[in-house]
Design a protein around this ligand. Structure first.
Ligand SMILES: Cc1cc2nc3c(=O)[nH]c(=O)nc-3n(C[C@H](O)[C@H](O)[C@H](O)COP(=O)(O)OP(=O)(O)OC[C@H]3O[C@@H](n4cnc5c(N)ncnc54)[C@H](O)[C@@H]3O)c2cc1C
Length: 504
């Protein structure tokens, strides 16, 4: 008889949160992580003493009484986090080539309307309507408000409305339409696909409140890990699952790359459903189900430049920049080749060492997987398979980094002289470190034209195999947390769990 009630594959946020919830409810839990560092996209890395985040640049909903704050109280990490509140009057700033203005997204709905009304005075009423409609949409997703929810998602209004069309229905001012959607790299917004609910749930959380993690987001993983262990849960790194094996309709064990076999009563996959299906040895799962999961399209990937700044040269900024070369924020995801990059995001991490000046800067531009496909047979997952992808790949990265920096210096003219060093990552980096299929930033891309196809259930065709993580409901810290509630709700009851979280 296995000693584990629950074996979780992957220590991303969803895996760790599920481990915490189920350990707290008395289950014997084991988390298996392929990397040395735990946390998936919560991981940080250090270059020249500067700390860089890999997948957490800022968090929303952390003010007292807000959804993530309450959830983090339940996980017993809220009072331990080292946070910096971002600019109230402009945590995100949207700009365009040929326009000097920086359009500000402000915290608090009234303030959000007020700040944008300064740039669009005739649009005040439309801005109020936008704010009201975004909150209405969020009300249709009770789990995001930590409210009990018995209705199936299928009945939910707003699943099949296109975000771009919705914004165009609010205002005919095309600049304002693009400003309202200007932080859409947060969800890889695609004008032909992205549903309104994705836009609404993401912008709502940051308008409620926006925070940076001082010295990076790995603190979330560190505190969660400590708490899981204190509850008796086990976590093992360097444990890459290569096979998930079914016998007589149930998963009996997983096999690691070392050949070690780990048995369990239930298995939760915190990794991409397509990758999970690929590892599954089962006669029970129908080909149609597996093909559906494997055929789902992923969100676009990114090219990222992590810059170490020379000391005392670049004043710290407490907001993010989203810049677009064209007045069309919804088609940036499609731009490749000579036209690339169509825009970029700038994130300036907050470190406990720096005061007036910043240590580092991260620049992100979308990048399609096809741009790096020719190197896809090379793998770099420290420390196991760290092979060089070759000189041509290194040259490609430098050429692309220089192109992006050429764009960014138009906004920050002295930037080049302030750069001490930089490193880059491509879609292949994300594929190898996180196991993200095609390096997709946020997992499976949601599509308003067939919304239910892109919703993944926490349960599978095998009764003791479950999913959690960003592919379930939504990506992002809040989306993944809601996903963990759905997954663990299958074991302990969703409404019971919501009550526990609200009582924390
Ligand atoms: C560039 C970028 C920026 C982002 N910025 C933000 C932000 O500012 N705010 C925000 O809220 N969200 C942000 N996100 C999204 C957020 O980071 C993710 O949605 C979230 O962290 C994903 O959590 P997850 O549970 O799905 O696990 P993941 O992070 O996907 O982790 C999965 C884990 O499984 C492990 N694994 C994979 N295969 C195996 C295997 N075979 N065996 C064992 N382990 C395995 C991986 O190593 C990894 O540790 C960003 C994401 C990216 C990529």
């Amino acid at each position: 008889m296995s000693k584990y009630d629950i074996v979780i594959i992957g220590s991303g946020l969803g895996g760790l949160e599920s481990a915490y919830i189920l350990s707290k409810e008395g289950y014997k839990v084991l988390v298996l992580e392929k990397n040395r560092q735990l946390g998936g996209s919560l991981q940080i890395f250090v270059r020249d003493k500067a700390i860089f985040d890999t997948g957490i640049h800022y968090l929303g909903g952390l003010d007292e009484g807000q959804n993530l704050n309450q959830s983090f109280k339940y996980f017993n990490i809220m009072d331990k986090l080292h946070l910096q509140k971002m600019d109230m009057d402009g945590f995100d700033r949207i700009s365009f080539d040929g326009d000097e203005k920086e359009y500000k997204h402000a915290q608090g709905y009234d303030n959000f309307v007020e700040q944008l009304a300064k740039d669009f005075p005739k649009e005040r009423e439309n801005l109020k309507l936008y704010a009201q409609r975004i909150q209405e949409v969020c009300d249709y997703f009770p789990l995001y408000q930590l409210k009990e929810d018995d209705a199936p998602i299928i009945g939910t209004k707003y699943l099949d409305i296109n975000a771009k069309d919705f914004i165009a229905s609010i205002t005919s001012d095309v600049r304002l339409q693009n400003v309202l959607a200007g932080s859409n790299p947060l969800y890889a917004g695609d004008g032909s696909k992205t549903p309104l609910y994705v836009h609404a749930l993401v912008v709502n959380t940051y308008i409620e409140s926006s925070y940076k993690c001082i010295d990076g987001g790995a603190q979330i993983e560190k505190h969660l890990t400590k708490n899981i262990k204190a509850l008796g849960g086990e976590i093992r790194n360097y444990c890459e699952v290569t096979k998930i094996v079914e016998k007589d309709g149930l998963i009996t064990h997983v096999e690691l790359s070392t050949g070690e076999i780990i048995e369990g009563k239930n298995f939760i996959s915190n990794i991409h459903p397509a990758t999970t299906m690929h590892m599954l040895e089962s006669t029970k799962i129908k080909k149609a189900y597996s093909n559906r999961l494997q055929g789902l399209q992923n969100s676009v990937s990114a090219f990222i430049i992590d810059i170490v700044l020379k000391p005392n040269t670049f004043k710290y900024i407490n907001h993010n920049h989203y810049h677009f070369r064209r007045n069309d924020v919804w088609s940036s995801v499609d731009v490749a080749g000579d036209q690339w990059p169509d825009g970029y995001c700038v994130f300036v991490p907050k470190s406990s060492r720096s005061g007036e000046y910043a240590d580092s800067m991260t620049i992100l531009s979308y990048m399609k997987y096809d741009e790096v496909k020719k190197w896809e047979d090379t793998f770099a997952t420290i420390p196991k398979h760290n092979e060089s992808r070759g000189q041509e790949y290194e040259d490609f990265k430098i050429e692309r980094a220089e192109r992006v920096i050429d764009e960014v210096v138009k906004k920050f003219p002295d930037l080049r002289s302030k750069i001490k060093s930089y490193t880059t990552s491509t879609p292949l980096t994300y594929r190898d470190y996180i196991g993200a299929k095609d390096g997709g930033l946020y997992g499976i891309a949601k599509d308003y034209r067939d919304p239910l196809k892109t919703f993944i259930s926490p349960t599978t065709k095998i009764p003791n195999l479950f999913f959690t993580g960003q592919n379930l409901n939504m990506h992002g810290v809040l989306g993944v947390t809601v996903g963990a509630i759905r997954t663990c709700g299958v074991f302990v009851g969703q409404n019971y769990l919501i009550q526990k979280i609200n009582q924390a």
